[in-house]
Design a binder for this molecule. Structure first.
Ligand code: GCO
Ligand code: CA
Length: 261
């Protein structure tokens, strides 16, 4: 039965996997047997990341490119296919957030967030999807968010992009399911990463708010994503198409509770 989750011999490309949730998901894939390819944008971060992977016995290959630059991404996807092998698993994880009230947000900033969080996954899915369609096999996992479902002050662009990414997931699933490609998403709840560091500090009202708002009563640990990632990357999910699997400690299941409960 456990063979269902075995990723041996499969090449997995994880974008933005030099840190944070991307790195945690990438490690999970590698530990399930996948050959890991890491995309990043910053040479120094890549160097540290490859050391961090090696420290856990994972021999990852790193490729520096910008997922929003189609020509650059195309060249690198071709190189990965040639140098490492056929990409069987694509995790569109690279993303960014800007926390600025809508009335103060420059259109340029709004566009930038959409470009990285939504257009980037489209570009990567199109480039890798082309090979997957030819081979009639593939797994694409788009990293969504609580903001694929819920709004929050200051994150208009991020919510628009992550809501869009949920619908891109359903749409690509619709177009490619017949080619035996499963396109799904993971929607992490509130996780302890660098991205949330500014709102997670002890004593910060948002830190208390999230712990109170989450039925599980804590921030997610990046390792909490391992199971969902392996499931959606493996044979175990071969008839699962266009779903967003929320790993959120129950946030989306509940309206919340009064502050005295
Ligand atoms: C925020 C957070 C979130 C999380 C995550 C929630 O400012 O509300 O940064 O956006 O990063 O995406 O699922
Ligand atoms: Ca951990």
């Amino acid at each position: 039965m456990l063979n269902l989750f075995d990723l041996s011999g499969k090449v997995a490309l994880v974008t933005g996997a030099t840190h944070g949730l991307g790195m945690a998901m990438a490690k999970a894939l590698a530990k399930a047997g996948a050959t890991l390819v890491v995309n990043g944008n910053t040479p120094a971060k890549m160097e540290n990341a490859l050391e961090a992977y090696a420290a856990e016995g994972i021999h990852a290959k790193g490729y520096l490119f910008d997922v929003t630059n189609e020509a650059q991404a195309k060249e690198h996807v071709e190189t990965i296919e040639r140098e490492v092998g056929p990409i069987a698993i694509l995790v569109n994880n690279a993303g960014m957030i800007k926390r600025i009230p809508a009335l103060e947000m420059e259109v340029e900033d709004f566009r930038k967030v959409l470009d990285v969080d939504l257009t980037g996954p489209f570009i990567m899915s199109k480039l890798v999807g082309k090979y997957m369609v030819e081979r009639r096999v593939g797994k694409i996992i788009n990293i969504c968010s609580m903001m694929s479902e819920l709004g929050r002050n200051t994150v208009s662009a991020y919510a628009a992009a992550k809501g869009g990414l949920k619908m891109l997931t359903r749409n690509l699933a619709t177009e490619w399911a017949k080619y035996n490609i499963q396109v799904n998403g993971i929607g992490p709840g509130y996780f302890a990463t660098d991205q949330t560091a500014p709102i997670r500090v002890d004593g910060h009202p948002f830190n208390e708010f999230i712990i109170h708002r989450t039925p599980a009563g804590r921030w997610g640990d990046p390792d909490d994503l391992a199971g969902a990632t392996i499931f959606l990357a493996s044979k175990a999910s071969d008839f699962v198409n266009g779903q967003i699997l929320y790993v959120d400690g129950g946030i989306l299941a509940t309206i919340g509770k009064p502050s005295n409960e």
